[in-house]
Design a binder for this molecule. Structure first.
Ligand SMILES: Cc1cc2nc3c(=O)[nH]c(=O)nc-3n(C[C@H](O)[C@H](O)[C@H](O)COP(=O)(O)OP(=O)(O)OC[C@H]3O[C@@H](n4cnc5c(N)ncnc54)[C@H](O)[C@@H]3O)c2cc1C
Length: 565
């Protein structure tokens, strides 16, 4: 008789544990409990049902209990909630949520993968109303979609600008509804820094999302939402997506240790403080590879990796727990946005020494009709040049670039390594010196003190204090939109016009994407200028950064017109 393995939770982590155990051990008795009616569904695809990209909600369920039984000899018990763990007796109390019947099931080893719950603060008046929804499983998405269709809902408020909120908002808009996205912070998508997030804000606004930042929901009424600012937003349906809290009730009650982040504490093998109980997925606390601190990470890839590692450990198979770095990607209408590692906000909070480059090269050879600018921010440790994080936004394959950086981070790579990284190239795919190589070169130039830069976030200050700014684009580009105080001296003329550029004050340079201004900067440095500074991000970056703030905050423009291409 093989060992008896029980699993709580039948989706990303739980189903992966079950499948791995079976692959390793033909004799084990494997029972997976899922309180909902479905196991093994694609949580990540749920929002796409709202637009009809995933037409049939049934297809969100990847495998049913019968398939688990027939294909893997795994017993998947749906509508079965585990109510209690008795560690002494080594059993769990289970309730059939349909019949109310309760029974105990003993285990040799227990795996917890109960996931996380959507946060719905009771302090918000009206939060329990029937037109307030969360999106966590197939039942939720069916319920939301039927409500929207049956009530012919036109206006929906989505609360929370994280991955789920943004994807839900996008898909509701694609279905033709009026969508307000309400976020309490001053930006959506926390993995991105404020400068990069402006590009996402613009995309949301360009696609007709009513984007409301720095405001929270105070009360939900029948057909409107009341905000902390006193403003009101029309909404006959509300989707709450302000974040998730790890599901720890079973673990707490059983006396399993909870970590400082509020998630279940596990060791490097995903064992809890009970040698017969493992825990994986959204419910656990993980180790951040770069900060060395405990953190939480609600993503499918890590959940599945942890599941495999935990099952392996039970069979004595070693694995290397490298911790997490947090790699993710999202599509927002026409743009793709990916990030990995730490961003500036994380680094400041961790007190780490860093610098960054913001470059906007083409994502493929410019002659290719699909070529698009890619906004790429690469963050590295000072003085080591060790790569700490990256963010990429564009219409092209940002995920490929971020995956390269994720690999670099995982292997402890530096700017020097990234500079030398040999990547595949042909014009429809990239450039001979890929975006990531290019970012490394710029980073090395800055790290080694070959030149200095200021970020786009500082440009307003420069304009307001009357700094000497040279726009080195051609006159026809300048005439289409420029910084109100910038002087136009194109790169093609700069060597003959040094006399127009003062030597006794700092000179700030920009072009469209910082490449020509970098060459202009070198020309000036070679001509004896010792206080020249490049504006990272240049006019494309400035336009994107300023646009949202100008439109939303109604502040005075520092550009004559924006230029986004
Ligand atoms: C809408 C949405 C979109 C997402 N998109 C992405 C994405 O694009 N990329 C990405 O990497 N991640 C994404 N995620 C996150 C990803 O789905 C989760 O990180 C992953 O599913 C976590 O796996 P898990 O096993 O810990 O939890 P889950 O997959 O959530 O499974 C936990 C299951 O346990 C069950 N359960 C809880 N308590 C009990 C109990 N006491 N008894 C029985 N059953 C119980 C729950 O009902 C639940 O079904 C998304 C999540 C959502 C909701």
């Amino acid at each position: 008789m093989g060992k008896k393995v029980l699993i709580v939770g039948g989706v990303a982590g739980g189903a992966s544990v079950a499948a791995r155990v079976r692959r390793l051990d033909g004799q084990a008795e494997v029972i997976m409990f899922e309180k909902g009616p479905n196991v093994s569904f694609s949580n990540c695809s749920l929002p796409y049902h709202l637009s009809g990209i995933v037409e049939n909600a049934d297809s969100l369920v990847l495998m049913d209990p019968l398939q688990f039984k027939n294909q893997y000899d795994i017993e998947a018990r749906v509508n079965s909630e585990v109510l209690k763990i008795s560690r002494e007796e080594k059993n769990v109390l289970v309730r059939n949520v349909e019949t109310g019947e309760e029974y105990t099931e003993s285990y040799d080893k227990l795996f917890l993968s109960p996931g996380a719950n959507a946060i719905t603060p009771r302090s918000i008046e009206g939060i329990t109303s029937k037109h307030v929804f969360t999106v966590r499983n197939v039942v939720d998405i069916r319920r939301l979609q039927s409500y929207l269709l049956e009530n012919e809902v036109e206006n929906v408020a989505v609360v929370g600008g994280g991955f789920i909120g943004v994807e839900v908002a996008e898909n509701l808009k694609m279905a033709g509804r009026n969508v307000s996205l309400i976020e309490a912070l001053d930006q959506i998508m926390a993995p991105f820094d404020y400068d990069m997030a402006q590009i996402l804000h613009k995309e949301m606004m360009d696609n007709g999302i009513d984007l409301i930042l720095s405001d929270g929901v105070k009360a939900i009424h029948d057909s409107e939402v009341e905000l902390a600012s006193g403003n009101r937003v029309k909404a006959e349906a509300v989707v709450m997506a302000i974040g998730v809290a790890p599901e720890t009730s079973l673990a707490r009650e059983a006396g399993l240790e909870i970590g400082i982040t509020g998630a279940i504490r596990v060791d490097h093998n995903y064992l809890t403080n009970d040698p017969d109980i493992y825990a994986v997925g959204d419910a656990i606390e993980v180790f951040h590879k770069l900060t060395g601190k405990p953190t939480r990470l609600a993503l499918a890839g890590p959940a599945q990796r942890q599941a495999r590692a935990a099952a392996d450990h039970m069979y004595g198979i070693p694995h290397n727990n490298n911790g997490v770095i947090g790699s993710s990607v999202v599509r927002i209408f026409e743009i793709n946005a990916a990030s990995t590692g730490l961003n500036e906000k994380n680094l400041k909070a961790a007190g780490m020494n860093y610098d960054f480059v913001y470059v906007i090269p083409g994502d493929m050879v410019g002659l290719m009709p699909e070529s698009q600018p890619m906004h790429f921010k690469l963050i590295y440790e000072v003085p080591t040049g060790k790569i700490l994080g990256a963010q990429a936004i564009g219409k092209g394959n940002v995920d490929k670039r971020i995956d390269v950086i994720a690999t670099m981070i995982t292997m402890g790579g530096t700017l020097e390594d990234l500079k030398e990284l040999e990547l595949c190239y042909a014009p429809p795919f990239g450039t001979a010196k890929d975006v990531v190589n290019f970012a490394a070169l710029v980073g090395l130039n800055i790290l080694y003190g070959r030149y200095r830069q200021v970020p786009v976030t500082k440009v307003r200050e420069l304009v307001e204090e009357g700094a000497f700014i040279v726009d080195v684009r051609e006159p026809h580009e300048y005439s289409r939109g420029h910084l109100t105080t910038a002087v136009n001296i194109p790169l093609s003329q700069i060597r003959n016009r040094f006399d127009e550029i003062p030597k006794d004050q700092p000179v700030y340079l920009h072009c469209r994407s910082s490449q020509r201004s970098y060459n202009a900067l070198l020309a000036l440095q070679n001509a004896g200028y010792d206080n020249v500074v490049n504006i990272a991000g240049s006019y494309l970056g400035i336009s994107l950064y300023e646009y949202f703030n100008d439109v939303k905050l109604g502040r005075e423009k520092i550009v004559t017109a924006y230029n986004f291409r």
